[in-house]
Write a new protein. Sequence first.
Length: 559
Amino acid sequence: MKTLQSFSKTMALLLLIIFISCNTKPNKQTLQTKNEWSNRKFSMFIHWGLYSIPAGMWDNKKITGYSEQIKGHANIPTNEYRKLAKQFNPTKWNPDSIVLLAKKAGMKSIIITSKHHDGFCMFDTQYSDFNIVKATPYKRDILKELSNACKKYNICFGVYFSLIDWDYPKAMPFSSVRNSDSIPPAHHQYNLNQIRELLTNYGDISEIWFDMGSPTYKQSSEIRQLVKQLQPNCMISGRIWNNQGDFVVMGDNYKPEFKMGVPWQTPASIFNQTWGYRSWQERNNINQKIHEKIIDLINIVSSGGNYLLNIGPKGNGQVVNYEKQVLIEIGKWIKTNKEAIYETTTTPIGKQNWGYTTSKDQKLFLHIIDIPKNKKLTIKGLDINITKIYPLNNTNILLESTHKKNTLTIDLSPVLFNKYATVIAIEYKNNYQYIPLNTITANINNTFNLNTLNCEKYHSYSGHDYYSTKPTVVKMRWNILNNYNQNYKLKVRYKSNSKEKLCLCVNEQNHILNTNSEIINTIQLKPESINCIELVQLNQNNPHKDLGIENLDILLVAE
Ligand code: H79
């Protein structure tokens, strides 16, 4: 009888687990696609089009504002702007050499502007004659050539597609809403038609990078549906808006100042002032620029993001030498330190006064940007069983370390420092434990009080256009340090403005919460170690949605 009881209990538990995993987890294919995307870390963005010819000058005047938007910023009438097409004959454009440059830079994919706000199509389209094949003396499909070169050299190919269009007569013209214009129905249909062409005629598209506009929820979801129907593995940028993207895009040249709980990317240009080629851009101190971009790459990767770095080739197709040099130098740095970049994960060790950390395959990587005084690097709160420590730029140099009261000290004196950043690898056995500064311990009654003030928040970045987009809280997490081997009663009370069910995960075991209610369960905590409690949405179909927590009290009371 007892066996039967425990058997049915086990079965019930199993069914529950299956139910939970079916409901909360996106399918395997989606996860794999997202992982492959996240693992790339570093990609090339290309802003290139008719705007690369005037290159930030109109009527002999320097035009400020992003140079790829010169049609808007210089108020150029459509018939005047269209004349640029007749001059577009990029004899210096060489897709193979672009791909080889991206590879040399350590970039894993290339995303090119198929159509920017000016409405000029860098691909052959049956829906507009204002395109590279029909309107220019060049007559060749740039996208086709670049996608083929990407295939040839085994690098992923993606496309940028602006949701606004200053050429298409039925779309909104350049206006005062700073490119967050609505999309009239005829324009939406035009967009859908061209998206279909892009996802049909150019082989596998690794990501489609929508930008700007202010589509309705219905428009965003129709676009998403079409993309996924044509290419289920094509990742969609968050600038499709209305939570329809697969990954979040930070503002132009912005890095998040908060922890992210979804795949994300920082799009960056070599100079913040422009993405398209600007002839009068001041380009001085290249070493400082290389330093800035390498540190940005490390910062972004250590926070779990991808770095999309732009080049703006000239109207004749030539890559600006300064930009080429920056990319080549980044590539040299990555070549030495690639293990600490690609396929790495974040670590609980936050930013340290000497730099950042990443991790992979039983190795912890310390990216040293500011060399510590006396060349003694310390990490507080780290309990780790070290087998070997060495710099990635000379793996034969073994470094000495001491470990006292959870403080690890590494002697860096034998290290030859790189002028940008030096990576130290720590190989370790088993799991390491890091006690974060915000670790919560029990109060005198052996009770843990968890709430929105002592949690660590994880964010997405969500909205219906560029300017409404803001951080949402998609996960709350508490690290608690338990000293005793005993059971705890778990009591939860909360108020949420969302109808979605929540899931409280204690050391990877799920407890489903019913809205605005209190549940009591008995749980076990691991003694003398960090226990992780997380609050997430049960249904992960929309990973960007805010948990909507208005107030929350979690009590763990010793039994
Ligand atoms: O293609 C590039 C831009 O042309 C396009 N997105 C990137 C990838 C873009 N179109 N409109 N916007 C971006 C609006 C952006 C406005 C701002 Fe800013 C960027 C506001 C703050 C940062 C530019 C720089 C204007 C003020 C500062």
